[in-house]
Design a protein around this ligand. Structure first.
Ligand code: SAH
Length: 566
């Protein structure tokens, strides 16, 4: 289960939230802006925040009336198999009410919190009350192979049938299920495929470890031999590989085929330095491990109890390249917010880290100079290669004049084998030109291009040529990096080039500090564009020959570029 979000609407609830964090140390405390202090994350809109967390599958603990949670989440209730746990808690901690997420362990979570407050959780699930376990949502480490049979099965038990256990699972033995040796109904716990039916629920424990010594095998081949051996793929816990083999692309393909995590061993982690597949699988399966399949290149070992993959070997490390939008919480995507929270380390220019600061819980900040982009990318990759989960933070969109290209550039240039195991993800953001355009209407409504006026990374002659070409081609143009302390004359020169091809009356938008304090958006003309009114936090939009300014009564002027040419 992913870490929970505790939601507080006032300071009394926030104080209780801190007590819940003592019970669930990984949970994050969210508090309503202006009503709470000293929370981890503040929010302005209760409904949007709640529905966003729910959609991401985050367990929600609302310190508020059950009715508020029900009404807020009602439109989002579409799939009971996917909904995360939702619990309502009274602000004095006297009532803990599991509402949703019965299949994701909500009752256990509610019991855990209630035990901390020395009250009874208000469990209403009949099967759970009688049997003290939820057959439909087994604890982590076990997968129910035939959930479609569970409803009938549980109804039979509630009607008085008893059940026999084949195999071993402490959570079943510790329950109050009516266990009896020769019962009609069976709970089978096994890594074998089994015979699921309405009278037999089959649970696959995650006890199988694949050891991979060379990547000359495919997922399909492993799947075939598993099936031949009668082993269930749901029992696969992880793929265990020697660190020195990390660069091989087949490793990812096999992990994806079975949807299992990859973990790395160093040669020194193994009892013998020979990196045989059998040794890798057996090391992962622990002291009681037994070898089931040994194909030299790859092997499968079975452990006695579910393998806790996170505790074994080393994770591949992750690099998430994100853009937080130009500024302001409304322009950050839910995917970016989730990535900010899931990572362990943030790397970026100080201003960008500060923009993301409201979403920081325990993440380490690694600030760097804005101009050291390649070094920053290398440092982030080195950190991820140690198994950390690293966010590289840009403003706007990370792929537009920002860090994503820098990261791929160093990967391409350095060809560092230590980086080959890192999983990379890029999350888009709203770019400054989009935010600027939205403030004034639709100036980028037809063909447009973006040009950075910074000549730090390309010669001015190239920039000038591009401006001329874009002007001749009648693109609307977004100018990024228009001016800085070191670069004073470029914008004036750009204006001169534009005026050779475009009317002096061409609409121009200067948007400064978008989404941040001191935001200004000015509509002017090319003739009146004053370079000194721009700075490095300004993006400038130049209209095409078709761009028009319209004045509606009682409002600012709107700028748009029609979608067609007359
Ligand atoms: N990746 C960013 C661009 C980074 S380059 C994006 O997609 O927006 C930096 C330039 O972006 C600045 O010089 C400025 O031209 C523009 N910019 C970034 N944030 C801005 C903001 N909040 N308001 C106006 N312009 C901004």
């Amino acid at each position: 289960m992913s870490p929970a979000a505790i939601i507080a609407l006032n300071q009394t609830s926030a104080n209780l939230g801190r007590r819940i964090q003592a019970i669930l140390p990984n949970a994050t405390l969210y508090g309503l802006t202006d009503r709470t202090t000293t929370v981890d994350i503040t929010f302005e809109n209760f409904g949007d925040t709640l529905r966003e967390l729910f959609a991401q599958g985050t367990p929600i603990i609302g310190i508020c009336a059950a009715g508020i949670l029900i009404r807020t989440l009602a439109p989002a209730l579409t799939n009971k198999w996917q909904e995360p746990p939702v619990i309502a808690i009274a602000e004095d901690g006297s009532a803990v009410v599991p509402l949703l997420g019965g299949l994701q362990g909500v009752n256990d979570l509610a019991r855990q919190i209630a035990a901390g407050f020395e009250v009874q959780a208000a469990i209403t699930t009949t099967g759970d009350i009688r049997f003290r376990t939820a057959l439909l949502s087994p604890p982590s480490g076990y997968v129910l192979a035939n959930p479609e049979d569970a409803k009938t099965f549980i109804a039979d038990l509630l009607a008085g049938k008893s059940v026999q256990l084949q195999g071993h699972a402490p959570w079943i033995t510790a329950s109050q299920l009516p266990l009896q040796d020769s019962a009609t109904h069976t709970l089978q716990v096994s890594e074998r495929i089994g015979e699921p039916s309405p009278t037999c629920l089959v649970y696959h424990p995650k006890t199988l470890a694949i050891g991979l010594a060379s990547s000359s095998v495919s997922g399909d081949r492993i799947q075939m031999l598993l099936t031949e051996a009668g082993l269930a793929t749901q029992s696969l816990a992880g793929l265990f590989v020697l660190q020195s083999e990390a660069g091989q692309p087949e490793i990812q393909a096999i992990a994806q085929h079975f949807q299992i995590p990859i973990r790395f061993f160093k040669a020194t982690d193994l009892e013998s330095p020979e990196s045989t597949a059998a040794l890798l699988a057996l090391t992962a399966a622990g002291p009681e491990g037994r070898l089931l399949i040994d194909q030299t290149d790859w092997a499968i070992a079975v452990a006695d109890t579910p393998i806790e993959v996170e505790q074994i070997g080393r994770a591949p490390g992750k690099l998430v390249i994100i853009g937080t939008g130009p500024g302001g919480p409304n322009w950050i995507s839910p995917e970016v917010k989730a990535a900010l929270q899931k990572t362990t380390d943030w790397v970026g220019y100080k201003t960008y880290l500060d923009l993301a600061e409201p979403w920081r819980t325990q993440q380490n900040r690694h600030e760097s100079d804005n101009r050291e982009e390649l070094d920053r990318a290398r440092a982030a990759l080195d950190l991820a290669a140690t198994g950390r989960s690293v966010a590289v933070i840009s403003s706007g969109d990370p792929g537009i004049f920002a860090m994503a290209a820098a990261v791929f550039e160093v990967i391409d240039r350095d060809n560092n084998p230590n980086w080959s195991i890192i999983e990379i993800q890029v999350c888009p953001g709203i770019s400054a030109m989009q935010a600027a355009a939205a403030q004034v209407g639709a100036p980028l409504g037809h063909d447009f291009c973006a040009i950075s006026l910074s000549d730090l990374l390309k010669p001015w002659t190239v920039i000038e040529q591009r401006i001329a070409a874009a002007a001749q081609a009648d693109f609307a143009i977004a100018f990024y990096n228009p001016i800085s302390k070191q670069r004073r004359w470029q914008l004036e020169k750009a204006k001169d080039v534009l005026l050779q091809h475009r009317s002096p009356q061409t609409p121009v938008v200067l948007a400064r500090n978008l989404g941040r304090s001191g935001q200004t958006v000015t509509v002017t003309t090319l003739k009146d564009l004053e370079p000194e009114s721009a700075d490095m936090r300004t993006v400038i939009l130049i209209g095409s020959s078709q761009t028009r300014v319209i004045q509606r009564s009682n409002s600012q002027p709107w700028v748009y570029t029609p979608r067609h040419y007359d």
